[in-house]
Design a protein around this ligand. Structure first.
Ligand code: PEP
Ligand code: MG
Length: 568
């Protein structure tokens, strides 16, 4: 049995599918038989072409035409005569093995495309990387994992899953996943919750302990993975899985109820989404709106940047599909989120570097396109625009000025833009939390992003499992920052939400209610549990609880206090 961090609730029982990249290190050797080496290269090309065709066919069943089109781009790269002839020349002239020749040629092409100004060519670099990896694997006789080819129920075992890996998982076949690294607020964990896939992260050595096709029980609520369980364990966990499903069904009765405390105080429970596909989950789970639409996933779906029209359609779909407020966050790329279409500079500390609004200021073209799409979509619902990673008032003013410029341009073009768009910021950098009183004069709302606020306050990387004890949402230091933000906003008559994972945690609900939070935004699957809980609490009592908590010294003391005062 392996213990990791419980990242997404539920039980999965299925065979293991290892999503692990084989070692593709190339050793350069001198060869005698040039013809034979060229024949090997041609064979690898044929195998890769077949693989790509097969993957494309399988992917077209699970992915949209647009998502599957990336495999066409790869086939095109593969058939490019220029690359082939350069590899063959190298083999002939330098008498080196095909793998080394390919590696050198591919790297030259990648470096050349990556250095170009044009987005189109930079995107091609990502395609070349992918295709040359496939060719190398074929030449080295290694098997690459192909998640698009999964055709039975599996539990994925991986070192880590990138957000774009996670976005491509077929929810009907992938019953769960377990990874070596990650934390509760890493984006793979967040995605797992929104897809309702049970997940356990930070299992440290799981990729070396599990073999393909091992039977796996994954308990995403307790953070446990059992490898090749006994029949008895399977029976026990099948019952647990059924009980969990029954509990979820029972909660569904609260779907259309309001979230009102025993003394009549109403709060709004809304959901975090990553794509228009998530609307269904929001509606099924009784979300009253969207408190965070992470638009970056739109940018991860293909190797190219989404056009204004594609973005407009996605935003419009969400605004039309949700009967309530929709808070759309502008692009937050960087940190653990990369996209093929933007070549981010390699930095020592990507979470502290060119991320989110900082990147948008460097790439105004990308930012303005998104703002235009949002403004055009605004007439289809109650749109609220939110800027991520704001550290200074100047940054907010600059972002808002760009928004107003695009608005004016659209109006001059005769396009109607809603006059009621609220414009707010995420509070996820301590500097902004501390200066909330000044920000509150200029913004329409705040949404507290505790995933980052906690990592930046404790100076503890949210991806690092070995210091995960520093993810302390109930530490009085965080509660004081939250209080400061809420009080500052309310003084100016503005509302405050929270869209970090803390908003969906049961233990946080009494405290946040007591501190006066107006809107709780969480994975859709957490909404009903929080609704049930908040409906059993008294606001006045929770205010007392919160003021006591603010005077405590440690997170443990706060947790004890909450447990003593509630049934948690
Ligand atoms: C946060 O930081 O709390 C947040 C909601 O944003 P993200 O998790 O996407 O960084
Ligand atoms: Mg954040």
């Amino acid at each position: 049995m392996i213990k990791g961090i419980a990242a997404s609730s539920g039980i999965a029982i299925a065979k293991a599918y290892k999503l692990v990249m084989p070692d593709l290190t190339v050793t350069k050797t001198t060869i005698e038989d040039v013809e034979k080496e060229i024949a090997c290269y041609e064979e690898a090309m044929t195998k890769t072409a077949k693989d790509l065709e097969m993957i494309k066919e399988a992917a077209s069943k699970n992915l949209s035409a647009e998502e599957a089109a990336v495999f066409d781009a790869h086939a095109l790269v593969l058939s490019d005569p220029e690359m082939k002839s350069q590899v063959e020349d190298k083999i002939k002239n330098e008498k080196i093995n095909a793998a080394a020749a390919l590696d050198e040629v591919a790297n030259t092409f990648i470096a050349m495309f990556e250095s170009m100004d044009d987005d189109y060519f930079r995107e091609r670099a990502a395609d070349i990387k992918d295709v040359s990896r496939r060719l190398l694997a074929a030449l080295l006789g290694k098997q690459l994992p192909n998640p698009a080819l999964i055709d039975e129920e599996v539990v994925i075992i991986a070192d880590d899953l990138t957000p774009s890996d996670t976005a491509q998982l077929n929810k009907n076949l992938v019953r769960g996943f377990a990874t070596n690294i990650g934390g509760r607020t890493s984006h793979s964990a967040i995605m797992a919750r929104s897809l309702e896939i049970p997940a356990v992260v930070a299992c440290k050595t799981i990729t070396s302990e599990v073999n393909d096709n091992d039977m796996i029980i994954l308990d995403g609520s307790e953070g446990l993975v059992i490898i090749n369980p006994s029949d008895e364990e399977i029976t026990t966990y099948e019952k647990k899985r059924d009980d969990y499903v029954a509990y979820r069904e029972e909660l569904k009765k609260l779907k259309d109820e309001k979230t009102v405390t025993t003394d009549g105080h109403h709060v709004e429970l809304v959901a975090n989404i990553g794509s228009p596909k998530d609307i269904e989950g929001v509606l099924e789970n009784g979300g009253e709106g969207v408190g965070l639409y992470r638009t970056e996933f739109l940018y991860m779906e293909s190797a190219e940047l989404p056009t204004e029209e594609e973005q407009f359609n996605a935003y419009k779909a969400v605004l039309e599909g949700i009967n309530g407020p929709v808070v759309v966050r502008t692009l937050d790329i960087g940190g653990d989120k990369e996209i093929a279409a933007i070549d981010l500079p390699k930095e020592m500390n990507p979470f502290l570097g060119v991320r989110a609004i900082r990147l948008c200021f460097q790439r105004e073209d990308i930012f303005r396109t998104q703002l235009r799409a949002l403004l055009r979509a605004s007439v289809y619902g109650d749109l609220r625009i939110m800027f991520p990673m704001i550290a200074t008032l100047q940054e907010f003013r600059q972002a808002k000025a760009l928004l107003l410029e695009e608005k004016e341009k659209l109006t001059n073009e005769g396009v109607t833009v809603s006059p009621n768009i609220q414009v707010g910021i995420m509070i996820e950098i301590p500097a902004a939390a501390v200066l909330a009183d000044q920000f509150a004069k200029e913004v329409d709302f705040f949404s507290i992003g505790t995933n980052d606020l906690i990592q930046y306050t404790f100076a503890a990387d949210r991806m690092s499992s070995s210091i995960s004890y520093l993810y302390q949402p109930f530490n009085p230091s965080i509660l004081r920052l939250v209080k400061n933000v809420i009080d500052a906003a309310h003084k100016e008559g503005k509302w405050v939400g929270m869209c970090g994972e803390m908003a969906g945690e049961a233990m946080a609900a009494p405290l946040l209610l007591g501190l006066g939070l107006d809107e709780f935004s969480m994975s859709a699957t957490s909404v009903l549990g929080q609704r049930k809980l908040i409906r059993s609490l008294s606001k006045v009592e929770m205010e007392k609880l919160a003021s006591e908590a603010l005077q405590k010294g440690t997170m443990e003391e706060v947790v004890e206090l909450v447990k003593g005062a509630t049934e948690l």
